[in-house]
Design a protein around this ligand. Structure first.
Ligand code: IMP
Ligand code: MG
Length: 180
């Protein structure tokens, strides 16, 4: 059982549902009458996107982008590579990036920079989780689900070596599993 690899549950399924609903309502209000376009960062952001978009009650479109991840490590290398670019142009659109977790901030800072060059009408960031203590670059976060402590988490889309994405909660992985 994957659950046996979890030291403790950080955010329960119910808490995720409640907070996602609040964010969806807030985004619906903020973008009322605007042309909203959500960009999900693969793969970790997928679960959050799918739940969040169903809590957004105004018309919007979605697209996906993939960047290089940590590989097997639990810390970013600082090198960001685009593995999959957008399908739909974003010029003149009101873009909201939907991400799972902002850690060092390097990935999202890079993404933000290259997307701004494409001249969207606006560009904001929505992240489910925020690991503030670990930030090495300053990035403006417009919507934050939860501020979390500096621990490696999995579940609700987030992985370690591609596993645990299916867990319904956000949990802290037993450190002995990656400190080996
Ligand atoms: P950053 O560039 O250091 O901010 O890292 C960004 C990406 O690394 C996130 O979008 C996640 O995909 C991944 N990541 C960072 N911290 C964690 C974690 O605790 N668990 C799982 N993935 C993480
Ligand atoms: Mg991510």
């Amino acid at each position: 059982m994957l659950d046996n690899d979890i030291a403790r549950i950080l955010i329960t399924e119910e808490e995720l549902r409640r907070r996602t609903r609040e964010l969806g309502q807030q985004i619906s209000r903020d973008y009322q009458g605007k042309d909203l376009h959500l960009i999900c960062v693969l793969k970790g952001g997928v679960t959050f996107l799918v739940d969040l978009m169903r809590e957004i009650c105004i018309p919007h479109s979605i697209d996906f982008m993939a960047t290089s991840s940590y590989g097997d490590a639990t810390e970013t290398s600082g090198v960001v590579r685009i593995l999959k670019d957008l399908d739909i142009p974003i010029a003149g659109r009101n873009v909201l990036i939907v991400d799972d977790i902002i850690d060092s901030g390097l990935t999202i800072a890079y993404l933000r920079r290259i997307l701004l060059e494409r001249q969207p009408a606006s560009l904001r960031i929505c992240t489910l989780l925020n690991k503030k203590e670990r930030r090495v670059v300053d990035v403006p976060l417009d919507y934050i689900g939860f501020d979390i402590p500096n621990e490696f988490v999995v579940g609700y889309g987030m992985d370690f070596r591609e596993l645990y994405r299916n867990l319904r909660f956000v949990g802290v992985l037993k450190p002995e599993l990656y400190r080996s």
